[in-house]
Design a protein around this ligand. Structure first.
Ligand code: ARG
Length: 465
């Protein structure tokens, strides 16, 4: 870039008040065009809507509007093709676009900024950017959700151990486990949908902070840009970034869930669990250990959750000391926000591709559920059904588990006499409740792990889609 020319350009925007050029380093330091150019398409859409409204209320003539619109559309096209020359001297995306507009269409370009400030302009751009990001993320989450439902349906009857404290607890079905993931995902999607409503509010018209003396029609601008409402208060409209922080909070919760699933997939692919295989296309090898196949995609998603949480804290901290109304601090909202949007989107996309491709190792899951006396609670419940108070049943089964540990076998392999010596209530029908299939099938209520209930949960989830 031509530094000299750049200086002159920047000075042009406010040289009425200034007696010397901006310091070269200060210019670099205060510029945001290196990153806020990501807002260009939204900046142009916002400017076209603003100009269209100015014409409607009689501030611009229809010829002026046509010239402005034509210039903005051509700039948008050039930016998309990578044929736009960005200037750091012009500080940000807004001044770059406006400056080139005036170069292209002449002095009429200078009328675009009537009744507007970069303060309401940037707040509008960020909201448009985020609304678009939310929509693209939600479509990945929907694809991911459908993939989980299909896998859960295939695995509704697959038995695996359920864990508490990462110790075998009770048998569950893999489909049920997957539907737990789905329940988390559904809340994440609802949170985003609710957040979108608060994002989708128009700041334009607030101008610098107090509104404008032109006879603007904010409702019309909102309608043109697809906003559901207009910001009620001009000071608030240009200053708060709570909608962006809320988005980062939604993203953090979803990434926290993704990270938990990632952790499980990583454990399950290891030789100690060996519950699933991830297709090779989602893994990488090692440069030294020829046998290795590493679950890189889940590991990266787990790792990326950290930067999203970090950005949430950055934005909260950015905001907390700001008096009304706009402060330049707010320029610092963009890099964290853009990174959260990209990281969340890409993680959702990676999981939407990978999770439906999980190959369960059903035999290994079943064998693991046979370990660790997973049906001990079923035996206690059996004794309760025969009239023993639960606390006493708990005691009897505890003794039987100790006997099974002594003999190095499962509960189902204990001789009937050994069991009857502990409780005469035990009969030969006890072996039905000690099977894994009997155990899961008996948890037959809404929210339970019985295969029939898992199928019903999938059915309900599909209807809610
Ligand atoms: N680049 C600025 C930002 O991102 C645009 C608004 C600048 N407004 C101002 N009064 N300096 O927040």
């Amino acid at each position: 870039m031509d530094q000299k020319k750049g200086e002159n350009e920047a000075q042009g925007m406010w040289d009425g008040r200034f007696t010397e050029a901006t310091d070269a380093f200060v210019q670099e330091f205060t510029a945001s065009v290196g990153f806020d150019r990501a807002l260009a398409a939204f900046d142009i859409a916002g400017s076209i809507a603003h100009a269209t409204m100015l014409e409607k209320v009689g501030v611009l003539t229809s010829q002026e509007l046509d010239a402005i619109k034509g210039g903005l559309v051509s700039i948008g096209r050039d930016i998309e093709r990578g044929q736009f020359e960005w200037s750091v001297a012009l500080e940000d995306v807004h001044m770059n676009v406006e400056h080139v507009l005036t170069q292209r269409i002449g002095d009429v370009g200078k009328k675009l900024h009537t009744g507007r400030s970069r303060n309401d302009q940037v707040a509008t751009d960020v909201r448009l950017y985020l609304r678009d990001a939310v929509d693209r993320i939600v479509s990945q989450l929907t694809r991911l959700g459908n993939g989980i439902l299909d896998l859960a349906e295939r695995e509704a009857g697959t038995i695996m151990p359920g864990f508490t404290h990462l110790q075998v607890a009770q048998p569950v079905t893999f489909g049920h486990h997957l539907m737990a993931w789905y329940a988390m995902l559904e809340r994440d999607r609802e949170r985003l949908a609710s957040c979108r409503r608060r994002i989708n509010v128009l700041p334009l018209g607030a101008a610098a902070l107090a509104g404008t003396s032109y006879p603007i029609d904010r409702e019309y601008v909102a309608e043109l840009l697809g906003f559901e409402g207009i910001a009620e208060n001009s000071l608030d409209a240009v200053s708060d970034r709570d909608f962006a922080i809320e988005f980062c909070a939604c993203a953090s919760l979803a990434m926290m869930h993704f990270s938990r699933w990632a952790e499980e997939m990583i454990l399950w692919t290891g030789a100690q669990f060996d519950f699933i295989n991830l297709p090779d296309r989602f893994c990488t090898g090692s440069s030294i250990m020829p046998q290795k196949k590493n679950p890189d995609v889940p590991e990266l998603v787990r790792g990326k959750s950290g930067r999203v949480f970090g950005h949430l804290v950055s934005l909260l901290t950015l905001m907390k000391g700001q008096p009304l109304a706009y402060n330049k601090d707010n320029q610092e909202d963009k890099e964290p926000l853009f990174d959260v949007a990209r990281t969340f989107h890409d993680s959702a996309m990676a999981f939407a591709d990978m999770i439906p491709a999980i190959e369960p190792k059903r035999e290994n899951m079943r064998a693991a559920a046979m370990q660790g006396f997973a049906t001990a609670t079923d035996l206690a419940d059996y004794l309760v059904r025969k009239g023993l108070p639960f606390r006493d049943a708990h005691e009897v089964v505890g003794k039987l588990v100790a006997a099974a540990i002594d003999q190095g076998c499962g509960l189902e392999a204990l001789p009937l006499e050994t069991m009857q010596a502990r409780s005469p209530l035990i009969d030969v029908d006890v072996f039905d409740v000690l099977t894994l299939e009997g155990s899961v099938a008996s948890r037959n209520h809404t929210g339970g792990t019985a295969p029939a209930q898992v199928r019903a949960a999938i059915e309900r989830a599909r209807r809610r889609q």
